[in-house]
Design a protein. Structure first.
Length: 313
């Protein structure tokens, strides 16, 4: 009964949307119905969207068109969260995902349950964040004061970080899924229950979001590899270019492909690309290569291939 996803970093709005779409594509159970979404811009503006049926297929619309993604300014927001489950939840749907310029609080189960002070638990977490507590501190205070509340929550916000925590009651459930990933300012958390496969789904959903938060390296050039290029054994995978960007030598750590005829990955993913002794980057594409007696014959069925390379941080 519900999945909560929260993310911080570039394009967090798009990240949580795509993550929910992945959960809908793979998971079964309490999913594909209601969805409530909120994003917080760098300027402190809160964007919202919601639907009662259809999940990501109806969450955003463009005129008469459904199944669209968030608008560019929403997709690019650095803080975003959503909650989704089966159809037709009690109105207003924003009770399940509270938001302000201090941050966002989502989760699964019933994070809107009143706590000991009479306020919805998720609202108490957001208030604590507004008063300067980190996301982790705010969650701990709220759940420690009511360990049997039927809720797990994800909190995040500017200067507050991102944290996820289940109550004692929820943590004992047999149908839980959860995952977190982080690198620098980029982080994502997923909590869910009653959606299957339980343990395996959350890491996949988190990875989909994280791939958007931390995109692949930017391509800075192309190495031109032609049929006839020699291959030599070395201590590392490397492509040496001439001043014209055309490969003069491919080096490999795989000795078995240097004699005889082989279909192989002679130019390995991540191979260094060098020119005049300077490292230009590393390959981000790996062609299927036919080699014979230490020379390239074909690359992905072609006589010449341009292999992109990127600088790796």
């Amino acid at each position: 009964m519900t999945i909560g996803i929260g993310a911080t970093g570039p394009n967090a709005g798009l990240a949580v949307f795509r993550a929910l779409a992945a959960a809908e594509a793979v998971g079964t159970g309490a999913i594909g119905g209601f969805a409530v979404f909120a994003a917080l811009s760098a300027e402190g503006r809160v964007y919202r969207a919601e639907t009662q049926r259809g999940g990501t297929a109806t969450l955003f619309t463009d005129g008469e068109t459904t199944g669209t993604g968030p608008r560019p300014e929403i997709a690019a927001a650095p803080f975003a969260a959503l909650m989704s489950s089966g159809p037709d939840r009690p109105l207003p749907l924003d009770q399940f995902l509270v938001a302000s310029e201090a941050g966002l609080v989502t989760g699964h189960r019933l994070p809107n349950t009143p706590g000991p002070d009479g306020r919805p638990t998720n609202a108490s977490v957001l208030a604590a964040m507004a008063n300067g507590k980190s996301a982790a501190q705010a969650l701990s205070v709220a759940i420690d004061s009511d360990p049997d509340v039927d809720a797990g929550m994800i909190a995040l916000g500017p200067g507050r970080g991102l944290a996820a925590l289940n109550s004692r009651l929820v943590a004992a459930r047999p149908d839980l899924g959860g995952a977190t990933m982080s690198r620098g300012e980029c982080a994502v958390a997923v909590l869910h229950n009653a959606i299957f496969p339980a343990a395996e789904l959350a890491p996949l959903v988190a990875a989909v979001a994280f791939h958007i938060l931390v995109p692949p390296p930017v391509v800075v050039g192309h190495a031109v590899i032609r049929a006839g290029t020699p291959i030599a054994l070395a201590e590392a995978h490397r492509v040496t270019l001439g001043s014209d960007g055309v490969a003069t030598l491919v080096e490999t750590t795989e000795s078995r492909i240097l004699s005889g005829r082989h279909v192989c990955a002679a130019i390995y993913l991540g191979a260094m690309v060098v020119c005049d002794g300077k490292l230009l980057g590393r390959t981000v594409m790996e062609p299927n290569v036919l080699v014979e007696d230490g020379r390239i014959l074909r690359l992905s069925g072609q006589s010449v291939v341009r292999i992109p390379y990127a600088r790796m941080e």
